[in-house]
Structure formats: C-alpha cells, structure tokens
Design a binder for this molecule. Structure first.
Ligand code: FES
Length: 126
C-alpha cells in the first residue's frame, strides 16, 4: 500500500479573487479550479496537453492547466474563461464562440493575450 499523498496549502488569486485551499499535492491546477473552486469553464479534454480545453492565464502567460501541479503555482494569479467577462458582459471572444456554438474555448487565452491576434480570430470566426 502506497502512502497517502501529503496535503499542501495553496493560495491563489483567481479572476481577481483570493483563495486559500488545502489540496492533495498530486492534484493539477485544472482539478483545483474545477473541483475546489467550482470554476468549470476550463475543461478536461485530453489531459495530455494536446487539446487546449484547459487553458488558463497564469501570471500573464497562457498555460495548459492539466499539465500544471497546483502546488507549483502557490501565490500566483490565474485567469480562467469565467474571468474574461466584465460587468456581467461576455468578452467578445466568448460571444463569438457562443454565437457559433463553440462548446470549448480551445486556445482562446493564447489569442486573448494579444489584441491583434484577437482581431484575426474574429475575422476567421466571421
Ligand atoms: S485537457 Fe487537453 S490540453 Fe489540457
């Protein structure tokens, strides 16, 4: 029988809100966001770093949260897809995906981090 993984305290700022949770050290950032914080906009897709359904912004950089151990990002700032909306209004990229019936936001953060790229995406999406 293997020993039970140790727990760790994790402090994150997610979409501008501070969070302080105790987690199993083996859990990914995606698992913590979805299961502990109830932010289900980031999706379990491949869990292999290939599909982008779990993408978030971590300290200003897009990352695949299924590949990030939560304990490694203690003290960081995270923006999830839920954090793109402002004042109850969807971000233009969220609107474009909703208008087109997009079920997942593949790589949206990589585009949202760059205003010119966002324009290009909107042109492509029509
Ligand atoms: S779930 Fe597919 S890249 Fe993370």
């Amino acid at each position: 029988m293997s020993p039970k993984p140790a727990n760790a305290r994790l402090r994150l700022t997610v979409n501008g809100d501070p969070h302080d949770v105790v987690i199993d050290q083996s859990r990914t950032l995606l698992e913590v966001l979805r299961q502990d914080l109830g932010l289900t906009g980031s999706k379990h897709g491949c869990d292999l770093g290939e599909c982008g359904a779990c993408a978030v912004i971590l300290d200003g950089q897009p990352v695949l949260s299924c590949l990030v151990l939560a304990v490694d990002v203690d003290g960081s700032a995270v923006t999830t897809v839920e954090g793109l909306a402002t004042d109850g209004r969807l971000h233009p990229l969220q609107e474009a995906f909703a208008d087109l019936g997009g079920a997942q936001y593949f790589g949206v953060f990589e585009f949202a981090a760059d205003a010119e790229a966002e324009h290009e995406v909107r042109v492509v999406l029509g």
